[in-house]
Design a protein around this ligand. Structure first.
Ligand SMILES: [Zn+2]
Length: 257
């Protein structure tokens, strides 16, 4: 028989989906149990008492009937709050949605992921507080590569381990090459020193220690191209939530005078 327990847990709503006529499935990222799908009976009925506690981008303390596998249930919400800027700004919403989507596909459900729970909540909090959503996204993308089975070596040159010479990214070597070894890969990224520097910083950065960050748009655009290339060539991932961000950037260009 499947293990189950009624318990308090902290959680963040990752996404929701209508289910049958009146019900809903809500995927939560929980602090202790990892990602879990909850069945919410009657969630779409008018006057449903937990409606506000289950809105997208809501984090709180809930009481639930946790099943080890399959669907779990929520009995009550103790305290909760919704991230307001993200909920009302389509741009911020798009980045936060993509980050949670990426974390969702990187790991299996029902597996405790305390480090990633903290990181997901922090990422959403930082974006809600006005930190650059593109950078918060890049940091997560780089740090999630290991979960996708791609752990690029970004400490120094993969061949000689020097880090005092100019460095560039090589997909075929799975990491950085120094100037002396550039000749080994004609398809190296030819990335700027600034972009490589940030890539290395992002791979080890602790989000809880982030106090401010400011990156020039040209460097952000370059980072976007580099990370897109790594994801499409090495991870092979194509998410709707990411396409939405790409489309959104195109609208920006179209709307600019
Ligand atoms: Zn080298």
């Amino acid at each position: 028989m499947a293990q189950r327990q009624i318990t308090d847990f902290n959680g963040l709503v990752m996404f929701r989906r209508d289910y049958r006529e009146r019900d809903m499935l809500v995927k939560f990222f929980t602090d202790q149990f990892g990602k879990k799908m909850f069945f919410i009976r009657g969630a779409r009925k008018r006057g449903f008492k937990l409606a506000a506690a289950l809105l997208p981008f809501t984090q709180g303390t809930y009481v639930g009937n946790i099943h080890e596998e399959g669907l779990s249930f929520i009995n009550a919400a103790k305290e909760y709050h919704q991230f307001q800027s993200i909920s009302t700004d389509i741009g911020l919403n798009a980045y936060a949605t993509y980050i949670l989507n990426l974390i969702d596909v990187a790991f299996t459900d029902n597996q405790p992921l305390p480090r990633w729970y903290q990181q997901a909540v922090l990422s959403v909090q930082l974006i809600d507080d006005g930190f650059d959503p593109e950078i918060i996204t890049n940091i997560n993308e780089i740090q999630l590569l290991a979960a996708f089975g791609v752990a690029p070596y970004l400490e120094s040159c993969v061949i000689c381990h020097r880090s005092d010479l100019p460095l560039d990214y090589s997909e075929s070597y799975g990491g950085l090459l120094c100037q002396k070894h550039f000749h080994l890969d004609p398809y190296r990224f030819h990335a700027s020193a600034r972009a490589i520097y940030l890539l290395r910083q992002f791979s080890v950065l602790n989000l809880s220690k982030l106090t401010s960050i400011s990156v020039k748009q040209a460097t952000k655009d370059e980072l976007r191209r580099i990370i897109d290339r790594i994801y499409s060539d090495t991870v092979g991932l194509s998410l709707k939530s990411k396409h939405f961000i790409d489309d959104m950037k195109n609208w920006d260009h179209l709307l600019k005078p």
